[in-house]
Ligand binder design. Structure first.
Ligand SMILES: *Cc1c(COP(=O)(O)O)cnc(C)c1O
Length: 393
């Protein structure tokens, strides 16, 4: 039975739907619509579509359905809804569940676009949002109210890699009846134990580790069948953030190797963090797998691993950071993460450029901070490359 399978077996086989041709690889059903055998059948399907009955690709599609079923099984949720991007998943999940007058508590350390949704978009429609330091349980406790409908957090924050005590936050949120919505990109589905820790809704940008090769945009919302089909699906199918069948197929191919890639990349990230920690040119090396990381114990207790991203804080500020980046020969300068290629990012001038300086400082986004998404290259080559960068500052 599928539910007894381990993660790696699910990643390869879960949800497979074969046509009458018995194809081995998943088929790409590149069709917007579906032909009904009769007018009566069309009427019946619009009234209530059965399992594996499709109406229009904005509502669902067989290739997309395989991806949804595979991700839900992997994450351990009853169901999942695939979206056009990670941001379509974040915006869709929150917009679908919230209405004017609702209150949300959110961690402040968020990916720039997530912050925009919470700070600018939801508030425009009358949702009240209180931001807290996600690592401070007292702040969560103080911000939660009887009318709090949801809490939102990134389990490992971007780009400073703070780890939130998900279990403790979930307990407090559930005490007031709030749903726990987790952007789990940095934890990855491989290391996630979010369901066990109390998360109600788990969101991934599939663009990152799930594709893992920097090709396509995608996202997914995981949750109970009731939440996905009664709350998320009606909102998503009418607002248009559907995942394309072709991108679902790209993601399915990514999933087959997800476990192997993420474990190899995380092992490499750990080795790099250990090799560089203590280098005199670095003010900080941030990686949850280092004993020196502030939430190392929480990360160890709550996740199956420490992720594929680390951050280096160079002592010489922006000038040193740019010299470092420009000297790299293996790692590329870009802003994706979870890719097979190692990617170096300067958050202060790119992904988080929009933030005012005082907020950057409050979030630890210093002028010397480099975010490094570790890829699949030889670890020794990466360490040589990073040392070459440090020598140039
Ligand atoms: C990249 C990212 C997103 C957005 O995903 P897209 O697929 O680019 O829309 C959301 N949250 C986090 C933490 C991310 O890293």
């Amino acid at each position: 039975m599928a539910q007894d399978w381990g993660k790696r077996t699910k990643l390869v086989h879960q949800g497979a739907r074969r046509s009458q041709y018995g194809e081995v690889a998943e088929a790409i059903y590149l069709t917007q619509g579906f032909v009904y055998p009769s007018a009566e059948a069309a009427e019946a399907r619009f009234l209530e579509a059965g399992a594996d009955e499709f109406i229009y690709a904005r509502y669902g599609n067989p290739t997309v359905a395989i991806f949804e079923e595979r991700i839900a099984a992997l994450e351990g949720t009853e169901d999942a809804f695939a979206t056009a991007s990670g941001m379509a998943a974040v915006a869709g999940a929150l917009s679908a569940m919230l209405r004017a007058g609702d209150h949300v508590v959110s961690s402040r350390a968020l990916f720039g676009s997530c912050l925009y949704i919470l700070e600018e978009v939801l508030t425009r429609y009358g949702v009240e949002v209180t931001f807290v330091d996600g690592t401070d349980l007292d702040q969560w406790q103080a911000a939660l109210r009887p009318d709090t409908k949801a809490v939102f957090l990134e389990s490992i924050s971007n780009p400073t890699l703070e780890v939130i005590d998900l279990e403790a936050v979930a307990r407090r949120a559930h005490d007031v009846g709030a749903l726990v919505v987790v952007d789990n990109v940095f934890a990855t589905p491989v290391f996630s134990r979010a369901v066990d820790l109390g998360a109600d809704v788990i969101i991934y940008s599939a663009t990152k580790h799930i594709d893992g090769q920097g090709r396509a945009l995608g996202g997914v919302i995981c949750g109970t069948r009731e939440f996905i089909r009664k709350t998320v699906e009606p909102y998503m199918k009418h607002t248009g953030g559907a995942l394309s069948p072709f991108n679902a197929w790209v993601m399915l191919n990514g999933l087959t190797t997800l476990d192997l890639r993420v474990r190899a990349q995380a092992a490499s990230a750990q080795a790099i963090a250990e090799a560089l920690e203590g280098d005199a040119r670095l003010a900080r090396v941030l990686y949850p797998g280092l004993a020196s990381h502030k939430q190392h114990a929480i990360a160890k207790a709550q996740m199956g691993g420490f992720g594929t991203v680390l951050a280096l804080d160079l002592k010489g500020g922006k000038e040193a950071a740019f010299r470092f980046l420009n000297a790299l020969q293996v790692a590329v300068i870009s802003n994706n993460l979870g890719d097979a290629r190692t990617i170096a990012t300067h958050p202060a001038t790119t992904t988080h450029q929009r933030l005012p300086d005082d907020q950057k400082i409050a979030l630890g986004i210093t002028p010397g901070l480099i975010r490094l998404s570790v890829g699949l290259e030889d670890t020794a080559d990466l360490i040589t490359d990073l040392r070459r960068g440090l020598d140039m500052i």
